[in-house]
Design a binder for this molecule. Structure first.
Ligand code: CU
Length: 123
């Protein structure tokens, strides 16, 4: 009996690992809402970033509004290394990060420990 349980647990673990590495994970993307002179995207921080791909229009001043719902200290900073930004995200508070959109390209952002990532596309 114990062998069957061990076998069952093993199979479930293998399934979970296969799903994790090869499964189709959906990544939420968002295009910024653009007005004449301002664009913004709201990003929820909870076990990662949602959306984790953000598209911004080049040349329009942009803000990202981060709200951290996650209690873990892992996500309490957000780092945009290309922009020299390392900002604290107090829990349950909207924290605005201003992005310089003058140069088109793809930029990564990450948590303070570089474990969770998001992508910024300026075009
Ligand atoms: Cu982290």
């Amino acid at each position: 009996m114990i062998k069957l349980i061990v076998l069952g647990v093993g199979l479930v673990l293998i399934g979970a690992i296969i799903w994790w590495f090869f499964g189709k994970h959906t990544t939420a993307s968002a295009v910024a809402a653009v007005t004449a002179d301002q664009q913004s995207v709201d990003i929820e921080v909870s076990g990662g970033y949602s959306p984790e791909n953000v598209v911004l229009k080049q040349g329009v001043p942009a803000v990202l509004n981060f709200t951290r719902k996650d209690a873990s200290s892992c996500l309490d900073h957000v780092v945009f290394s290309d922009f020299g930004i390392n900002q604290a995200l107090p829990k349950n508070q909207v924290e605005t990060v201003t992005i310089d959109t003058s140069t088109p390209g793809e930029y990564q952002w990450a948590c303070g420990m570089d474990m969770f990532h998001g992508k910024l596309i300026i075009k």
